[in-house]
Design a protein around this ligand. Sequence first.
Ligand SMILES: Cc1cc2nc3c(=O)[nH]c(=O)nc-3n(C[C@H](O)[C@H](O)[C@H](O)COP(=O)(O)OP(=O)(O)OC[C@H]3O[C@@H](n4cnc5c(N)ncnc54)[C@H](O)[C@@H]3O)c2cc1C
Length: 95
Amino acid sequence: MAAERAGADIHEGTRVLAVDRISGSPVSDGSRFLIRTSRGDIHTKEIMLAANAWIRNIVPQFRQRVLPAESFIIATEPLPMELAQKLIPNNRVVS
Ligand SMILES: Cc1cc2nc3c(=O)[nH]c(=O)nc-3n(C[C@H](O)[C@H](O)[C@H](O)COP(=O)(O)OP(=O)(O)OC[C@H]3O[C@@H](n4cnc5c(N)ncnc54)[C@H](O)[C@@H]3O)c2cc1C
């Protein structure tokens, strides 16, 4: 795996409970974040948040920033161009 080759430690089956920014005096190793997990705490300088829609459970600030964007595809029999343009003016996206 590319991440392991680059030196990453992989901790499967470990739930992130919270991500806190360390404020005030910096930790001696330069860490800026405290990650609370189901298997203990981690200090780190950098984080990448990649928990999809569940991010809101980890970083509450994302509750207001994540919204569902659904996509659907439907197929019909070939429609006459005039009818298609009437149903969907200007090729708008519809849902
Ligand atoms: C049924 C279905 C079919 C799909 N089909 C397609 C398709 O055919 N083609 C396509 O391009 N896309 C498809 N998608 C969409 C695609 O799966 C997503 O867009 C893609 O997986 C998103 O990748 P991601 O890395 O952002 O998130 P995810 O793949 O969802 O990864 C997020 C990870 O975060 C982990 N996580 C969440 N919370 C925590 C926590 N607190 N602590 C630790 N880990 C946590 C989760 O366990 C998960 O492993 C499909 C999705 C679904 C649901």
